[in-house]
Write a protein that binds this ligand. Structure first.
Ligand code: SF4
Length: 144
């Protein structure tokens, strides 16, 4: 069985040089994500797009605008949803789980604290206007 790693360290991503979830991203952004990234000098229009469900990360040529040379250039200040992925909310079962679309999901370990964070993120996104948005569950529909 593969060794498990915390969600927020990205060890399996680096080990396998995987950037799959940064392609055609639909990652939602909280107001806090937006403030943090703008504080680092990025303009809102350069990294975010407004959708019916709220703000999301922008793609350029099918890749997250922050993906450069196979790396996330804002890794320390990346959006909360990116920190929690591949933990997602499965609307069908109403539970959090590791996303099938991540080929290395079995190398991640999601703790109860991570699940609490995901629930908190969902609540804040809903409060901020994206009531129809469910981070993670959308991976199969509209997320990432
Ligand atoms: S798809 Fe999984 S392994 Fe690949 S970059 Fe995303 S989280 Fe990492």
């Amino acid at each position: 069985m593969a060794k498990k790693h915390p969600l927020n360290r990205g060890v399996p991503c680096m080990k396998h040089k995987c950037v799959l979830c940064c392609l055609e991203t639909r990652m939602p952004l909280t107001q806090s994500d937006i403030r943090r990234i703008m504080k680092a000098g990025y303009s809102l229009g350069g990294f975010a797009v407004k959708t019916r469900e709220g703000w999301r990360l922008k793609n350029r040529s099918g890749r997250c605008v922050f993906l450069s040379g196979g790396r996330c250039i804002i890794y320390p200040i990346r959006p909360e949803g990116c920190r929690l992925y591949p933990l997602v909310y499965d609307e069908a079962s109403g539970t959090a789980r590791l996303d099938d679309l991540c080929p290395y999901r079995e190398e991640f370990e999601a703790t109860d604290r991570d699940i609490g964070r995901l629930n908190d993120l969902l609540r804040r996104l809903a409060e901020e206007g994206g009531r129809r948005h469910r981070p993670g569950s959308e991976k199969h529909q509209t997320y990432n």
